[in-house]
Design a protein around this ligand. Structure first.
Ligand code: ARG
Length: 462
C-alpha cells in the first residue's frame, strides 16, 4: 500500500477501483499550478515559524526540480498516485525524504485542488479574453471594409430590409463584446484564494492566508473555509459563459454555412476550412463551421453535467466534485480553439458582391422605407403600411419593382396616392437614410466601429 493516506487501511485498492477513483489521467495538467501553490504555502509556513527556513528551502528546491522534470516529460504519472496533488507530494518525499512530509501541514487536498483549479482558470480566462479581442478585431475589420456594401437583411429568413454587410458584422461584434464583459465578470469570482481553508474548517496552526493569496497573485480571499472547499460556482459560471459564447459562434457558423451554399452564394469559404467528399468529386463542404456548430452541444453538456453534479451535494467536499475537471478542461479546449478558428475563418472569407447584389432585386426590401416616406409627407403609418402593401401587390401582378411605379400606376393602386412623387428607392439611398441610433446607415455603423475599437484596445488585466 503506497498511498500517502493509507495509515488506517488494511488493504490496497483493486485496480478497477483505482482507475475509477483516479483523476491523475486528466488532472496532471494542473502540475504547474499545484507546484506553484505548494511553494507559496511552504514559504508562508516558514514565515509563520511553522516549518524552519531551511526546511522550506529544501522543499522549494525539491518542488522546483520536480517542475523541471515534469516540464521535460521525465516523470511518468501513475494511476496509484490517484491525483496530481498526491503525485507531486509523493515525488517530493521520494526525493528529499522526511522533510517533504512537512509540506502538507495546515493544508488539505480540498483547498489544494480548489486553488490549483482557480489558478489554471485565471490563466485560461486571460488567454480567452485575448482571443476574443482578436476575434473582435477581425469582425470589426470586416465591418470596416464593408461599411458601404449592401446585402439583404432577414427576418424569418425572408428578405426584410437592405442593410450593409458592415452593419451585419457589427451585430456579431455586440454578441462578442457582451461575452467579453461576462468573462471579465466571471474572472472576479475566480480570482479568490481558497488556500488555507484546509479540509473544511480552517486550522489551529497560525497560518497567514493573506500571504499565500498575495504570493499567488489573487485579488481576494475566500471568506469562509467551508465555502472555499465546496464552491464550484466559478466553474459553472465559466462554462455558462462558454456555452453562450459557443452559441454565438454557432450562429455565425450557421450563417456562414448558409451564405456559402449554392442557394445563397454570398461568400466563399476558404479551402482551408472545407473538405471534399469521398464519392462526389465536385464537393467542397464547410466542415469547420459545421463542427463549430456541432461542438457547441458538448459545451452545453458540460454545463448540465456540472450543474447536476453539484445540485444534491451536502457541504463540504464530496468526491463527486472531481467530475468538474474533465468538463472544465474540455470546455476550455473547445472554446479556445473555436474562437481562434473563427477568427481565421472570418479573415479568410471573401464576399461575392455580384451575387449579393442579385439577391437585393428580390423581396421588395425597400417597402418599409417607402412607408416611412409616406409618413414623412403626413400619411399615418398604418395607412402608409396598407398603401405600400397594395403597391407591392400591384408590382407583383405587373412584375415590376416599387421604384418602377409611375404616377399613373400610383393612382390606379389607390386614389390616396394620386399626386404623390416617390423618393429615390434604390437600396443605397434607403440604407443611407436609416441614420437612427444603432441603424444601418454607413455613418452610424462607423460610429459603432469607433466605439468598438476603443473597447477592444482596453486591457482590463493590467
Ligand atoms: N482529485 C480530487 C479532485 O479532483 C482532489 C481532492 C481530493 N480530496 C479528497 N478529500 N479526496 O477533486
Amino acid at each position: 500500500m503506497s498511498n500517502l493516506w493509507s495509515g488506517r487501511f488494511s488493504k490496497g485498492m483493486d485496480r478497477l477501483l483505482q482507475e475509477y477513483n483516479a483523476s491523475i489521467p486528466f488532472d496532471h495538467i494542473l502540475y504547474p499550478y499545484d507546484i506553484k501553490g505548494s511553494i507559496a504555502h511552504v514559504t508562508m509556513l516558514a514565515e509563520q515559524g511553522i516549518v524552519t527556513h531551511e526546511e522550506s528551502r529544501q522543499i522549494i528546491q525539491g518542488l522546483e526540480e520536480i517542475k523541471e522534470d515534469m516540464d521535460k516529460g521525465k516523470i511518468e504519472f501513475n494511476i496509484e498516485d490517484e491525483d496530481i496533488h498526491m503525485a507531486v507530494e509523493k515525488e517530493l518525499i521520494k526525493r528529499i525524504g522526511d522533510v517533504g512530509r512537512k509540506l502538507h501541514t495546515a493544508r488539505s487536498r480540498n483547498d489544494q485542488v480548489a486553488v490549483d483549479t482557480r489558478m489554471f482558470l485565471k490563466d485560461e480566462i486571460r488567454q480567452i479574453y485575448g482571443l476574443l479581442q482578436e476575434l473582435g478585431m477581425a469582425i470589426v475589420g470586416k465591418a470596416k471594409e464593408n461599411v458601404d456594401y449592401i446585402m439583404p437583411g432577414f427576418t424569418h429568413l425572408q428578405h426584410a430590409q437592405p442593410v450593409t454587410i458592415g452593419f451585419h458584422f457589427m451585430a456579431y461584434f455586440q454578441q462578442i463584446r457582451r461575452d467579453m464583459e461576462r468573462l471579465l465578470d466571471c474572472y472576479k469570482r475566480v480570482d479568490c484564494c481558497p488556500l488555507g481553508a484546509c479540509a473544511l474548517a480552517g486550522t489551529t496552526l497560525p497560518i497567514d492566508r493573506q500571504k499565500t493569496a498575495e504570493l499567488l497573485g489573487f485579488g481576494d480571499i475566500c471568506d469562509n473555509a467551508m465555502d472555499a472547499v465546496s464552491d464550484r460556482d466559478f466553474i459553472v459560471e465559466f462554462i455558462s459563459f462558454s456555452a453562450l459564447c459557443m452559441t454565438h459562434l454557432s450562429r455565425f457558423a450557421e450563417e456562414f454555412i448558409l451564405w456559402n451554399s449554392q442557394e445563397f452564394g454570398f461568400i466563399s469559404i476558404d479551402d482551408d476550412f472545407c473538405t471534399g467528399s469521398s464519392i462526389m468529386p465536385q464537393k467542397k463542404n464547410p466542415d469547420i463551421p459545421e463542427l463549430m456548430r456541432g461542438k457547441t452541444g458538448r459545451v452545453f453538456g458540460h454545463l448540465m453535467s456540472t450543474l447536476t453534479m453539484l445540485k444534491g451535494l451536502p457541504l463540504a467536499f464530496n468526491k463527486d466534485m472531481q467530475e468538474d475537471k474533465e468538463a472544465l478542461f474540455d470546455t476550455v479546449k473547445t472554446v479556445k480553439s473555436s474562437i481562434e478558428i473563427f477568427t481565421a475563418l472570418i479573415k479568410k472569407t471573401s464576399f461575392n458582391y455580384n451575387k449579393i447584389a442579385s439577391h437585393l432585386e428580390k423581396g421588395f426590401l425597400n417597402a418599409t422605407d417607402l412607408a416611412e416616406y409616406l409618413v414623412s409627407i403626413g400619411i399615418p403609418f398604418r395607412t402608409a403600411h396598407e398603401l405600400v402593401g397594395k403597391m407591392v401587390k400591384y408590382c407583383e401582378e405587373s412584375n415590376i419593382k416599387l421604384e418602377d411605379l409611375e404616377e399613373s400606376d400610383l393612382s390606379k393602386v389607390d386614389s390616396r396616392l394620386s399626386g404623390v412623387t416617390l423618393p429615390p428607392l434604390d437600396n443605397l439611398s434607403c440604407v443611407k437614410r436609416r441614420t437612427s441610433l444603432g441603424g444601418t446607415a454607413p455613418q452610424e455603423v462607423k460610429r459603432q466601429i469607433d466605439k468598438a475599437l476603443k473597447f477592444l484596445e482596453q486591457n482590463p488585466f493590467c
